[in-house]
Design a protein around this ligand. Structure first.
Ligand SMILES: Nc1ncnc2c1ncn2[C@@H]1O[C@H](COP(=O)(O)OP(=O)(O)O)[C@@H](O)[C@H]1O
Ligand SMILES: [Mg+2]
Length: 215
């Protein structure tokens, strides 16, 4: 990171790189007292996704929509348009992809994501349900990436995202190598392996409906 990252005019120290996805580099940073996430937008092309011209603006606008909804997301604390970074609240917890790889994702956690997906469906939106975009803190799912898309059934949670959440071996391999080999049967598409998970998806859907009625 060449440019100094600031929050409330104070320069922040770099702690570590948390992750890099299709949107940017997310760094854990500190002012000496508190920790934050600084997400610096990158402009590397993605094979599977078109952000349009204004990736930074898209992320800020997505936050403005998401913050009004009944889901948990980190607070957006400050933005720097010139240097294209966001300062967000740091959610200290477990990344869903790590929990999945270790077999530590519980049914209740999955039902929490069902709830998020139902809220999004009502808004006619999709979010990126890939598990690296969710952190669990005290059992609560936080959607930490600010990306939204118009709703399309084929990219929603129950047709797309959930299959990554159920594929422990695939996620383990992805964490170790960054390869989608065991997650995607066809390497040319971004469609997850569904084979062998259909029954579990149907059971979870039924359970979610049932829980809602008894709540
Ligand atoms: N607010 C946050 N709290 C905790 N971890 C975060 C936070 N924001 C990002 N991360 C970490 O950084 C990674 C990448 O962040 P993300 O916003 O998903 O970037 P991208 O748009 O590039 O996918 C995440 O997978 C997560 O590990
Ligand atoms: Mg992401």
């Amino acid at each position: 990171m060449n440019d100094t990252i600031r929050y409330q005019n104070k320069p922040l120290d770099f702690v570590r790189l948390l992750g890099k996805g299709k949107g940017g580099y997310s760094y854990l940073v500190t002012d000496g007292t508190r920790q934050y996430v600084a997400k610096k937008i990158h402009h590397e092309p993605s094979d599977f996704y078109d952000f349009g011209d204004d990736k930074f603006g898209a992320e800020v606008n997505a936050y403005k929509r998401l913050e009004k909804l009944d889901i948990h997301i980190p607070r957006l604390l400050e933005i720097n348009k010139e240097q294209e970074y966001l300062i967000k609240e740091y959610i200290e917890g477990d990344l869903a992809s790590d929990l999945i790889a270790c077999g530590d994702i519980s049914t209740d956690m999955l039902l929490g994501v069902f709830h998020i997906s139902e809220v999004m469906r009502a808004e006619d939106l999709n979010i990126d349900y890939f598990p690296t975009n969710f952190v669990f803190r005290n059992g609560i799912a936080y959607y930490i990436d600010f990306e939204i898309n118009d709703y399309l059934a084929e990219w929603d949670f129950t047709h797309w995202g959930i299959y990554y959440w159920l594929n422990q071996e695939g996620m383990k391999w992805f964490n170790q190598t960054g390869e989608f080999e065991l997650l995607h049967p066809d390497p040319k598409t971004s469609k997850p392996r569904t084979l062998g998970f259909e029954t579990q998806v149907a059971e979870l859907k039924a359970l979610y409906q049932q829980r809602k009625v008894t709540l």
